[in-house]
Ligand binder design. Structure first.
Ligand code: PLP
Length: 304
């Protein structure tokens, strides 16, 4: 297969530092520090039925990530939001997965000083995707606790969304070796953090818990905590120990790329009766119901 044939099935539209192009043709300079140093931040959003979910929250988080890395763009938040809507519209998508990236850019010849780079905006919309294939969504995830530890927040503030994914990717290989589909990564202190592209929740005796530190603070996670409050369910944001995951009645993941997915097998054992539990199912349904709330969803056809 030629490289062109490999890219041909990729559908979508990208905005690459000032120009809209078909996603299959979107390219960055290889000398961009975003590529050679992972000197980059991003955010991932989704559109559902032609409306972007929690657009303002994503833009605020993206701007905070940029500030955290001493990056800036010559665009207001509203302008960035307009570019994202444009990508979705131009791609002709109603249900879309959207990426917005700020890369450090290309250092002037003869220097390695990140301050001298012009930061670049890359964004794209492609068909909506779930971190799991349909069969895994239906049956629930098989999850392991990886031996690979998550990069600690003391080294890299995990609240800044980043492409330092090799720990997460190694965790995935551990999962595949053990006939599982996903992994969660521990911290050095025996608590759990998150997995490749998702946050984690456990349910025990009707109480939810999700890790407080060492992971990315997902917007889906925030939505789950709000749903739990509406349901008058206790939801604790605190360190969660690995043993608690083993003893959980229900486990589920939360992410923009698919929403809520139940974990039905963990570390060699069925979770609960081996099917999605009642609290997971309720939160899953209410999460998708929230996509009908005009306060949380911005039409991509809005003027900007
Ligand atoms: N943790 C990591 C490492 C992620 O990459 C993601 C999503 O991209 C999440 C958590 C979940 O965040 P959100 O709910 O905002 O998609």
């Amino acid at each position: 297969m030629t490289p062109e044939e490999e890219l041909a099935p990729i559908k979508g539209v990208a905005y690459m530092d000032g120009r809209f192009v078909p996603l299959a043709e979107a390219a960055i300079p290889v000398v961009d520090r975003g590529f050679v140093r992972s000197d980059v931040t991003y955010d991932a959003l989704h559109a559902w039925k032609g409306r972007i979910f929690r657009l303002d929250d994503h833009i605020s988080r993206f701007e905070a990530s940029m500030r955290g890395l001493h990056m800036s763009l010559p665009h207001s938040g509203a302008e960035i939001a307009g570019i994202l809507k444009d990508c979705v519209r131009r791609a002709g998508l109603r249900d879309a997965f959207i990426m917005v990236v700020c890369s450090r850019g290309v250092p002037p010849p003869g220097t390695r000083d990140p301050r001298l780079c012009r930061n670049r905006l890359y964004a794209w919309a492609q068909p909506f995707m779930n971190i799991a294939e349909p069969r895994q969504q239906a049956e629930g995830f098989r999850m392991i606790l990886a031996k690979t530890q998550r990069i600690p927040s003391e080294s890299l503030d995990q609240r800044i969304k980043n492409f330092h994914w090799l720990d997460l990717t190694m965790g995935l290989f551990e999962a595949y070796e053990r006939d599982a589909t996903v992994a969660i990564l521990p911290a050095a202190d025996g608590t759990i953090t998150e997995g490749p592209g998702f946050n984690i929740f456990i349910v025990k005796d009707g109480v939810l818990a999700t890790p407080a530190h060492g992971m990315f603070e997902g917007i889906t996670r925030r939505t789950v905590t709000e749903i739990a409050a509406d349901l008058q369910l206790r939801c604790e944001i605190r360190p969660v120990r690995a043993e608690e995951v083993l003893a959980a009645d229900e486990i589920f993941t939360s992410t923009t790329a698919g929403g809520i997915n139940s974990v039905t097998w963990y570390e060699g054992h069925a979770v609960g009766d081996g099917r999605a539990g009642p609290i997971t199912r309720r939160i899953h349904d209410l999460y998708w119901q929230r996509h009908d709330d005009p306060a949380l969803n911005t039409p991509v056809d809005d003027a900007h």
